[in-house]
Ligand binder design. Structure first.
Ligand SMILES: *Cc1c(COP(=O)(O)O)cnc(C)c1O
Length: 370
């Protein structure tokens, strides 16, 4: 990135020497992103993040196909950057159907197909869930969409760079990815738009990105995103196996050493790096802050707002009971996670959970009196 902040600080749209010098770098990055996904470089559109890509694809398709229909199908467990644009469109006469998932977070394909009407213009369903890691049947969703001649948008943020995503093998019309989820810097992302698909842009202005995304390119960020994709392509297969082994070991050991731990998400169709575990009768805020003090960064969908625990929307959609939903913690492994890290966590967690766990009958009676 550094050369593009120093002596290669040209605008890639400029025709003079300073612009020409960086123009090629953007093209090279486009090839690297396309290479990771087996897409055509011409189908890659750079954005500022996946939130932008999700907004641009959903609102762009909705606007361009308005005369054909007004119905959008999505799922109950999408990221807010998919759900919010869909709900926003309801203000303008669009109708949104959210499809349910089962207790393992898997999409109900029959319900998906049954929800399609003559007015349906778009299905937006993610590749893999950011809370549970559950991988959706993207092939089948694509087949359903193609059979009904409906565009399929896929938020593939959690999958790209972690598991193979083969654009040519999938019936996905538009795909979103995020740079910082695959070791590129924040403020980078892309959408892949299949050749021949017409959408309106949400940024109007200059002709950048073939009129699909106006605004001067973030050259350094784009170069970095390209490099991150190239590295991911080279290392993904080995890394996937390494992380899955490490994650499985983490889960097995936690469940062996700590009673009453529940694993959330699909047991098999799941990202290699994600472990979502519930520790019933343990306050997740306390668990998280204690782990944080020990240098362990994990997260929970729960947010402490005005002292009240807000449970995970995703786990609630899976129909899990309130205690499981509230007490979940997500452990995400990555390129820098090692055996030693897992050992360190395992040395701390059992005692911590024992200390924080409320006696279950005390909790039950507190609930009754509440
Ligand atoms: C992180 C994430 C996003 C948003 O990506 P940004 O680049 O941070 O905007 C969208 N969808 C999923 C599934 C995510 O995990």
């Amino acid at each position: 990135m550094l050369p593009f902040y120093r002596n290669l600080f040209g605008n890639p749209s400029s025709t003079h020497w300073a612009g020409r010098r960086v123009h090629g770098a953007v093209g090279n990055a486009r090839e690297q992103v396309a290479g990771l996904l087996n897409a055509d470089p011409a189908e890659v559109v750079f954005t500022s993040c996946a939130t932008e890509a999700n907004n641009a694809t959903i609102k762009g398709v909705a606007a361009s196909l308005r005369s054909r229909g007004n119905h959008i199908i999505t799922t109950r467990v999408e990221h807010p950057s998919v759900l919010s644009p869909c709900l926003y469109l309801e203000n303008f006469g669009y109708e949104v159907t959210c499809i349910d998932v089962d207790a393992e977070g898997m999409l109900d394909l029959e319900a998906l197909e049954a929800a399609i009407t003559e007015k349906t213009i778009l299905i937006s369903a993610m590749y893999a869930n950011n809370e549970t890691g559950t991988i959706f049947p993207v092939h089948e969703i694509g087949e359903i969409a193609a059979r009904h001649r409906i565009y399929y948008h896929c938020d593939a943020v959690q999958a790209v760079g972690k598991i193979p995503v083969d654009w040519k093998d999938l019936n996905i019309s538009l795909l979103s990815l995020s740079g910082h989820k695959l070791y590129a810097p924040q403020g980078t992302g892309a959408m892949i738009i299949r050749k021949g698909i017409k959408t309106y842009p949400i940024f109007h202005g200059g002709p950048q990105e073939k009129n699909r995304r106006a605004g001067t390119e973030n050259v350094a960020g784009i170069v970095a995103l390209g490099k991150a994709c190239e590295i991911a392509q080279r290392t993904m297969c080995a890394e996937k196996i390494r992380l899955q082994k490490l994650r499985d070991q983490l889960e097995i050991e936690i469940m062996a050493r700590i009673p009453q731990v529940r694993r959330n998400g699909h047991p098999i169709k799941r990202l290699p790096n994600t472990a979502n575990l519930s520790f019933p009768f343990v306050d997740p805020e306390l668990l998280l802050s204690n782990l944080d003090l020990m240098g362990i960064a994990v997260s929970s969908g729960s947010a402490c707002s005005s002292g009240a625990l807000k449970s995970s929307r995703v786990l609630a959609a899976m129909g899990l009971d309130a205690e499981t939903t509230i007490s979940h913690v997500r452990f995400s492994l990555g390129r820098e996670s090692s055996d030693e890290d897992v050992d360190y966590l395992l040395a701390i967690l059992p005692d911590l959970v024992r200390r924080l766990r409320k006696p279950t009958d005390a909790v039950a009676s507190a609930r009754e009196s509440a």
